[in-house]
Design a binder for this molecule. Structure first.
Ligand code: SAH
Length: 342
């Protein structure tokens, strides 16, 4: 197993197997997850012989910056990281008033096939390891020299399609021996895999669940998201209520607004009803135009009208702050360009 994917107990077990004292596990964990080491040579309080043994058996997972684009407007940074096996993922660093936020990927590619999304154009290559998920945050911290306080799992991939690694990632990043990020500051976004939502609810974690709804009826949702053929909106509402009741955490509904497709006043009313039934906050995302995709963003007036309608219906609604518009904002586009260009 990848040493940066190991939880404390697993590291203790490893030290036992190597006939090392267990306090070494604590030291190594801190080097990997608090000081975000990129090389065993940095581990100055670990004896050289042990470092050599570890280096030979457990190469460190380190992500390297392949490309970085910084928005001249708001300082948002979009990274294309190279994984140890040569695959690529995207990660975004955003500055907000309440702190720095990082949007991470959970898979290399995606098999969900949402029709407006660039991440799914080449399908799924593989899941990300827990180490590769935490390393996105560590690599951004190393590069910016700034502290990260919020994480959104909204980059490339479907997190609930990589369930076990997502949970391990959560435990590593919230560990008080590592970056100690509060679970409340972590949001996981799903296209709506119903059994995964129940399973996650029963873990009793503090994270915020965001559901990508994108349509108020099954009929319309099926034309946008293939996953809607597997689970109905009624099943999703039930699962979300269960999640909210079990964890005490409010759900967030993501709604990508597509011009002339899901942005009528009738759609707004339908969305309102669903949000009220779940007690959810609504987050509108004016769709980012993706060259290979036929869906386009509506005009400014139609977006404002949709939001106003929701507010009249007494919903709690925000429009995703449009950051990084000048730097290939929607996730998946940078990787898509990188792997399709010769
Ligand atoms: N697979 C997860 C998380 C990744 S996508 C999910 O489906 O939620 C994160 C969010 O961005 C989702 O709500 C997704 O539907 C949305 N999204 C993807 N491509 C987009 C685009 N081109 N424009 C607007 N939103 C997009």
């Amino acid at each position: 197993m990848d040493i940066r994917s190991m939880e404390s107990e697993e590291l203790i077990q490893l030290m036992r197997e190597m006939n090392e004292p267990s306090y070494r596990a604590k030291q190594i964990f801190a080097w990997l997850h608090e000081r975000m080491a990129t090389d065993y040579d940095q581990m100055s309080d670990i004896p050289g012989t042990l470092r050599d043994k570890l280096r030979a058996a457990y190469p460190l997972t380190v992500l390297t910056v392949d490309r970085m684009q910084e928005s001249a407007k708001d300082g948002t940074r979009k990274y294309l990281f190279r994984l140890p096996d040569g695959n690529y993922v995207e990660t975004v660093f955003m500055r907000y008033k309440h702190g720095n936020s990082v949007c991470i990927s959970s898979q290399v590619g995606c098999r969900m096939g949402c029709r407006f999304c660039a991440s799914t154009l080449e399908g799924l290559t593989r899941d990300l390891e827990p180490s590769e998920m935490v390393e996105q945050i560590y690599a951004v911290s190393r590069d910016t020299g700034e502290r990260v306080s919020n994480i959104v799992v909204m980059g490339i991939g479907e997190p609930l399609d990589n369930y076990d690694n997502l949970i391990k990632f959560y435990r590593l990043i919230t560990s008080d021996k590592g970056l100690d990020i509060s679970g409340r500051n972590i949001t996981v976004s799903t296209c709506g895999i119903v059994p995964g939502i129940y399973r996650l609810a029963d873990e009793h974690l503090q994270l915020t669940l965001a559901l990508s709804l994108h349509a108020p009826t099954d009929e319309l949702r099926r034309t946008i998201m293939p996953i809607a053929n597997e689970y109905t909106i009624e099943e999703l509402i039930k699962a979300c209520k269960y999640y909210a009741d079990t964890t005490g955490r409010r759900i967030s509904l993501e709604y990508s607004l597509i011009g002339g497709v899901n942005d009528s006043m009738k759609d707004a009313d339908g969305l309102s009803r669903i949000a009220h039934r779940i007690g959810a906050h609504i987050n509108l995302i004016p769709v980012n135009n993706v060259k290979e995709r036929e869906f386009k963003r509506g005009n400014r007036e139609s977006i404002a009208a949709f939001k106003n309608k929701l507010e009249k219906n007494a919903n709690n609604v925000t429009i995703r702050r449009e950051i990084g518009q000048d730097i290939d904002a929607s996730c998946g586009q940078l990787r898509h360009k990188r792997i399709t260009s010769v």
